[in-house]
Design a protein around this ligand. Structure first.
Ligand code: DWN
Ligand code: ZN
Length: 411
């Protein structure tokens, strides 16, 4: 079976008039970190490009890599970030107080290491679902009942049979990873209680475009959602969005609240406000996507120029963090171990491995502090505040961070 295939239809509306506007070239999957014994072996590379559907306005990858290839062993543990842990504790509290009784069932699709559901322990019944077995084992060890599987209609039927309908169905940073959205929506239809709510959070396409977040384009992220395309998708399955909240995490996200059409929650003005914002931006700036692509090329040139200039001046530049977006930036800019000797990341499972495509080793933050390089290129710019605080001593002793997004700056 082929491990990747070309997308020639819109994932939400089936439109075939897709317009390519950004091409980052062929790259290995961003989370396919290499073991030392693998760095001299050939790596599979897949096209990484974006297109826009003029019918429902979904932005999506032009190529898809099979989920089994991407998620068989996952290195992303949400709980590494304290801020994300607090963020999801806030989401859990909001859900538990507004939508779920003490005997209600909350199911989370893409529950990762249980970062959110952990906060609901003892407040209601919980169940996590995530395809990455290695991460699910962490969740179970944290006391979060979890199933290592993809969320499908058949699994939804099974869960409902065993545990009853879900009062709340959550999906945080998941929907963008799903190829067959119809299958997931059929599963939601099966599992959600009649007056149940869906709470889904993911990066927002308006922030993605406004803040030049091209490095968040990787093979896991099949879709880049706005409210307009999601309204299309929900309507096809008898659901409606009744509220949307913008969030600052992950470079700018939206949290949408959905229900069965006509259920009890009144539709908030926030929904129409964002639909109109999206319409206005695309009508007023018809060349917005092309400009975005040109700005990406200019940022790459500027970043490469800065690193070369610093090295010419005898300065040592390394990387800091090894997020999926960092792998995309490294590969797109063509940086290698001669440019950045290593990158430091706090995730124990990543240390000792290599960034795919560029073979830059991943070291620990402790190694970084001892080494004390002159500059550190911060790939996880979305955790800037938390990390600059954590590395205060490095900065106070003259170390500087290079932030690549939304524009190159040295702090
Ligand atoms: O959709 C996804 C987004 C939400 O998160 C997933 N597909 C994968 C993941 O993407 P990412 O890897 O770009 O996420 P982050 O949260 O930007 O990755 C943060 C990285 O930075 C992790 O490798 C951990 C590391 N880190 C660190 O070394 N020290 C993070 C913090 C906060 C730190 O203090
Ligand atoms: Zn479409």
């Amino acid at each position: 079976m082929q491990s990747s295939s070309r997308m020639d239809r819109c994932r939400i509306c089936g439109g075939t008039d897709l317009a390519l506007f950004l091409d980052l070239g062929a790259m290995p999957p961003a989370n396919a970190l290499l073991k030392p014994e693998e760095i001299d072996l050939p790596e599979a590379r897949y096209p990484l490009a974006l297109c826009h559907c003029p019918k429902c306005h979904l932005v999506q990858l032009t190529y898809k890599v099979r989920a089994e290839v991407l998620f068989h062993n996952y290195f992303y543990f949400s709980s590494v970030s304290q801020r994300m842990t607090q963020h999801f504790a806030g989401v859990a509290n909001d859900i538990a107080t507004r939508f779920v009784t003490s005997n209600g069932l909350v199911v989370e699709i893409g529950s990762n290491d249980g970062i959110l559901l952990r906060s609901l322990l003892g407040r209601c019944r919980i169940l996590g679902i995530d395809p990455a077995r290695n991460v699910v084992e962490h969740a179970i060890a944290n006391g979060v009942p979890s199933i290592a599987a993809f969320f499908t209609e058949a699994l939804a039927v099974e869960i409902r049979k065993q545990q009853g309908p879900a009062a709340a169905l959550l999906a945080n940073n998941v929907l963008a990873h799903i190829d067959d959205l119809d299958e997931v929506m059929r599963g939601v239809h099966q599992l959600l209680a009649d007056d149940g709510v869906m709470v889904m959070e993911f990066p927002y396409v308006e922030d993605f475009l406004d803040h030049l977040e091209f490095d968040t384009v990787y093979h896991e992220h099949l879709s880049y959602f706005g409210v307009r395309p999601l309204t299309h998708l929900f309507a096809r399955f008898g659901f409606e969005i009744f509220d949307v909240q913008r969030q600052s995490v992950h470079g700018g996200s939206i949290r949408i609240f959905g229900q069965r059409h006509g259920a009890s929650h009144p539709i908030q003005p926030s929904v129409q406000e964002l639909i109109e914002l999206e319409m206005l931006r695309s009508e007023r700036e018809p060349d917005r996507l092309i400009r975005f692509a040109c700005d990406v090329v200019m940022l790459r040139n500027e970043l490469r120029g800065l690193v070369a200039e610093l090295q010419r001046a005898g300065k040592k530049v390394v990387g800091y963090t090894a997020p999926a977006k960092g792998v995309v930036l490294l590969n797109y800019c063509g940086f290698g171990p001669l440019d950045l000797e290593y990158t430091a990341d706090a995730t124990p499972a990543k240390q000792g491995l290599y960034c795919p495509g560029v073979r830059i080793p991943i070291r620990s933050p402790e190694y970084f502090r001892q080494d004390h390089p002159d500059y550190a290129l911060l790939f996880a710019w979305n955790h800037k505040d938390e990390i600059l605080e954590k590395e205060k001593a490095y900065r106070q002793s003259g170390g500087k961070f290079i932030l690549p997004i939304p524009r190159v700056q040295v702090v």
